[in-house]
Design a protein. Structure first.
Length: 161
């Protein structure tokens, strides 16, 4: 029984650490996005995860990669021009021939901190099975509770006997 409790404890700790590693940075505005197009090849590959952090326009420079929102879509491109007075930037995908329409400061989600090639595809597959992951978490927590209750009953029986 102790082995089951140890295994369940280990799984619970792994789940908590993973959830914390993903959730805590988001409290500070850090966001993760999966790259779906090749407009930033070869610097940022399709299937990468990019990690962005909020950045004020005055902290951005030409050459920085930013993620911005247009309607309901997110775009990550490189800044090629900054107009600080108008509070807008012009961006361009590395493989694109023309620049994008100007992007205003309030559209900018953040500056790209780094990318992780290939990780996005794995995350996308995992997210597709989100319901399965929730079920696994519930089963692990239930097993943890059952093992804890059984352990307490055993301790009480030893104390009484």
């Amino acid at each position: 029984m102790r082995m089951v409790v140890r295994i369940v404890n280990f799984i619970a700790v792994v789940l908590v650490i993973t959830a914390g590693a993903l959730a805590v940075p988001q409290l500070f505005g850090v966001r993760y996005k999966i790259v779906l197009s090749g407009s930033m090849e070869p610097d940022i590959h399709v299937g990468s995860i990019i990690v962005t952090a909020p950045a004020k326009l005055e902290k951005l420079d030409v050459g920085d990669d930013v993620t911005y929102k247009v309607n309901d879509n997110y775009v990550t491109h490189r800044i090629v021009e900054i107009n600080r007075e108008a509070k807008k930037v012009t961006t361009k995908g590395l493989v694109n021939d023309v620049t994008d329409s100007p992007v205003y400061e309030n559209q900018i989600v953040g500056k790209v901190l780094f990318s992780m090639p290939g990780v996005g595809f794995a995350v996308k597959k995992i997210l597709a099975f989100r319901g399965v992951l929730y079920l696994i978490m519930i089963v692990v927590l239930a097993a943890y509770l059952i093992a804890g209750i059984a352990e307490k009953k055993k301790e009480k029986a030893v104390e009484a006997g």
